[in-house]
Design a protein around this ligand. Sequence first.
Ligand SMILES: [Cu+2]
Length: 71
Amino acid sequence: MSERKTIALDVKGMTCMGCVNAVTRLVKRQDAEAEVKIDLATGRLDASTRVPAPELAAAISAGGYAASVAA
Ligand SMILES: [Cu+2]
């Protein structure tokens, strides 16, 4: 695994805390030690993780929430 990095994603389709929890679980499935912070209002996800941002975005998208790497 690579080094831990701070990454940011834009996640679409989250409407409640249940969605936030679901997306958090999708991240933790890729990296159990990831630190995840999600802003439900903006869809912004900040994480400290060893998983590369595009890979994490793909995993979240596969889980039903369209995610992309934030600018
Ligand atoms: Cu929800």
